[in-house]
Design a protein. Structure first.
Length: 71
């Protein structure tokens, strides 16, 4: 059930990496320049909660949804 194929693993890692990069860009660039932006309230909660939510979505939830839609 939770085992991912090579294609699913590649998709999950790529998606996870992109989200982490976007998070760091938002934290380091956008929130430094204008801390009143909406994304800054999400970013200021911290990296670890965001990392956990990204991992759960990319490695557990999205693969299950894709399997359901494909099959």
């Amino acid at each position: 059930m939770f085992l991912l194929s090579a294609a699913e693993r590649r998709f999950a890692f790529t998606s996870f990496a992109i989200k982490v990069v976007i998070f760091w860009i938002a934290q380091l660039v956008v929130c430094v320049l204008d801390p009143r932006r909406l994304v800054c309230s999400f970013v200021e909660k911290g990296f670890l909660p965001c990392l956990v939510s990204f991992a759960v979505m990319d490695f557990l939830v999205i693969p299950q949804l894709r399997r359901r839609w494909d099959g």
